[in-house]
Design a binder for this molecule. Sequence first.
Ligand code: NAG
Ligand code: NAG
Length: 272
Amino acid sequence: MGSAKGSLLGVGIVVVLLAGWFAQKYGLPPPPPKIAGIDLGTTYSSIGIYHAVTGETTIIPDDIGKKSVPSVVAFLPNGTVIIGTRAVEQQEHNPKRTIYDAKRFIGRNFEKDNKDFLADQKRYPFKINLDTEGKAFFEIPLDFGVKNVYPEEIGSLIVEYLRTAAGKQLGVTLSQVVISCPAEFNEKQRNFTAKAAQIAGMEVRRVISEPTAAALAYGLHKKQGVENVVVVDLGGGTLDVSVLWLQGGVFVTQAMAGNNRLGEEHGSRQGH
Ligand SMILES: *[C@@H]1O[C@H](CO)[C@@H](O)[C@H](O)[C@H]1NC(C)=O
Ligand SMILES: *[C@@H]1O[C@H](CO)[C@@H](O)[C@H](O)[C@H]1NC(C)=O
């Protein structure tokens, strides 16, 4: 199955390259980018576009010029949604309806008496609850009642924001996405990361791990003599160290370790 998928992807790339060659030869405009790369981070998120013709990648700023958009989603009492820097700016006056760190809860189930969950419930200014399956959701008090919002829905609002801002700037509809997630995310967490993009109406081409995305971004897969890569990812709320092994143009994660609770007193944890 892997190879069939690989060759399909190969054909796609050849078509895009051909289109680029035609465009250059006959003076047509290059094909507009359609696949976005989104880094949905714990504290910041961003969107990039790969230009098939030039091979360049650009990070697209939002409408107020931010390339790193705070992963913060706020609701006003009347239901209006505010995202990113604007959400941070009003956070102080609206703490119960301003959701951040949603990624820490995405695709996870908790027991009612889970110590970490109970500590989180106390720590955050907004209300977090568990449904019957143990999935965490946020309870947001609005004028017309309490709105329950799941972490992947918060993610989808951020994806939608990035997609709309980038699409507007490029004059295209971005319908496909490659989205990154932490290396230690399990199948379910990856699934719900993909779901965030799907709720935003995007087709998910692939979910890749963040250290792999970083190594690709530095072009390490094309460098001679690169075999092992150590990626140290110091994020706003997380520290992850991964060792990647470059095998036939593909990165295989060999080991990882991290602490996803920077600034707190939790011990480090070992990835699987
Ligand atoms: C919601 O409330 C905000 C702030 O009070 C206001 O600016 C906005 O116009 C309202 N939106 C709607 C749809 O009523
Ligand atoms: C992931 O998503 C797919 C399709 O949406 C579903 O079939 C599969 O069961 C999900 N896996 C997990 C572990 O949630």
